[in-house]
Design a protein around this ligand. Structure first.
Ligand SMILES: [Zn+2]
Ligand SMILES: [Zn+2]
Length: 189
């Protein structure tokens, strides 16, 4: 058990306190700007981060017990404070009060999180070409026992296959163009 003498005591609150302290500073700095679009945008930026942060506040009940109860994420996946609040703290990672430990999971080049975000692209953008190539020509038909491709033009169907559990990648995506490379009923010009 940790207690108030432990530097890590209630560290989850320190992280969000850090974020709120930095935001208060930014709010003051933004308000000091002369009126105009730059000031408006600066205020909106601060306000937006406040909005995100408020959806990831740590719950504390009146018995002093804290818990992760984010509006938009499952803190159980990443502990408390959630990755979102820790990520917000990273906006000020050069501040002396910042603790690198808050984002260890992000800084480690070997971690999946690190490799994912360094790609600088969305999952959709990485899958878009393959998705479109398939769904332009085929439907993926779901049945009680599996799934199969069906040509939108001639109605030809692939063999039914049982999807691999926990994989969101249907066999049909690669199977259909191989088994039905050209459609006899399609007027290719
Ligand atoms: Zn959260
Ligand atoms: Zn066809």
């Amino acid at each position: 058990m940790t207690g108030p003498d432990d530097p890590d005591w209630r560290w989850e609150f320190r992280c969000e306190d850090f974020v709120y302290a930095r935001l208060a500073e930014q709010q003051t700095a933004a308000e000091a700007l002369s009126p105009g679009p730059t000031r408006d945008q600066a205020l909106t930026n601060v306000d937006t981060i406040y909005l995100i942060a408020s959806q990831h506040n740590i719950w504390i009940d009146m018995r002093g017990r804290s818990a992760g109860r984010c509006i938009t994420c499952a803190p159980g996946d990443g502990g408390v404070p959630c990755y979102t609040m820790r990520g917000l703290a990273r906006l000020w990672s050069h501040h002396p009060d910042y603790r690198p430990g808050w984002n260890q999971h992000v800084e480690d080049p070997g971690s999946a999180t690190h490799q994912e975000y360094k790609q600088r692209s969305t999952i959709y953008s990485r899958r878009e070409a393959e998705l479109n190539a398939f769904y332009d020509r085929f439907d993926l038909v779901q049945t009680d026992t599996g799934e199969h491709w069906r040509c939108k033009t001639c109605g030809a169907c692939g063999e039914e296959q049982r999807p691999i559990l926990a994989s969101d990648y249907p066999f049909a995506i690669t199977g259909a163009p191989r088994e039905h490379p050209t459609c006899p009923e399609r007027n290719e010009t």
